[in-house]
Design a protein around this ligand. Sequence first.
Ligand SMILES: Nc1ncnc2c1ncn2[C@@H]1O[C@H](COP(=O)(O)OP(=O)(O)O)[C@@H](O)[C@H]1O
Ligand SMILES: [Mg+2]
Length: 375
Amino acid sequence: MAQVTLNNVRKVYPSGFEAVKGLSLDISDGEFLVLVGPSGCGKSTTLRLVAGLEELSSGTISIGGRVVNDVHPKDRDIAMVFQNYALYPHMSVYKNMAFALKLRGVPKADIDRRVGGAARTLGIEDLLDRKPRQLSGGQRQRVAVGRAIVREPKAFLFDEPLSNLDAKLRVTTRAELKALHMRLKTTTIYVTHDQEEAMTLGDRIVVMSKGLIQQAGTPLEVYRRPLNRFVAGFVGMPPMNFLEGTIAQDGGALWFVEGSADADGRAYRVRLPGARSQALATHAGKPIVMGLRPQMLREVTAPTPSAWRLPVRVVEPLGDAMDVSCSTPKHAHLVARVPAHSGLTGGQTALFEPDADAAHFFEPGEFGVSLADPS
Ligand SMILES: Nc1ncnc2c1ncn2[C@@H]1O[C@H](COP(=O)(O)OP(=O)(O)O)[C@@H](O)[C@H]1O
Ligand SMILES: [Mg+2]
């Protein structure tokens, strides 16, 4: 086991494209760290740099306190699991799992013990004689993990290892990986584009965009206190609604004013709670973005002074809840998650109350910084 440290790591590909732009990160011994971000943000590149499959353009990477910039991948003592598993098709499961150990000259008895132990841990003892083509996707995935476990590495690197599984298997395998980590406690860096996978697996998640870290923290920290609009929109399902507007003073209170009005001419606006208005007062008169999670746009049955009347476009039943897609003249796509028993249908209008206490506020722009966290 080992600590993994990235210090100002940069990667410029020969094409001149800078895929990783100065990334610093400390992964503690035994930690399960998830790198998450949209496709192309530099996750795989970062992982491949740690594995030694790509050369650094600048910066340092250390594993267990030793700088490994010039250490060959096979001498870094880490094991990587890829999305496509990369099993040897002509070898049995046993041989696939034993291969790296054999190359290293590990004695046969030791190999047997380690492969047997990993196979038991993963529930694949009965498959040891099969070839990869005789396995289901889920079984192949286990073999790929088994091949990493037998090496007893200092760290595991996973690059989207669940992407090739169907939705149900992905969820169960995800739980198994978490259980496995709780047992082995091996330092793990796990890459995914799926925010839900990141939230459920990580001790800590690192949200990346365009080769940069946008935020690092526990899943709940990142969900509750996103540092900028990008992170706020990336973490959480359905994604946070963003409403562009201004902060205005009216009747001794501060309001977020969206800028359009309903069919009766009532402006869409939200009175800011006292605790937040102090932080936001300096932004009065300036453009600002309010972030509101769909769970915080609640349907109300009777009109209240703060309720918004919104036309409903479509309703998506989810079983235990419904996602209601609605709009204002200014914002064509707002989502409210409401209880399943709500009788809403597309084509009607309905009343929704935005929860001002739970709203986030950001400076304008894709990466606009958070101005005042909800308490
Ligand atoms: N060998 C390469 N040469 C040039 N550009 C590359 C190479 N590999 C990846 N890239 C580019 O670097 C960026 C990051 O890629 P990658 O790390 O694979 O992203 P992710 O895993 O987050 O989807 C992408 O824009 C990708 O097109
Ligand atoms: Mg990738």
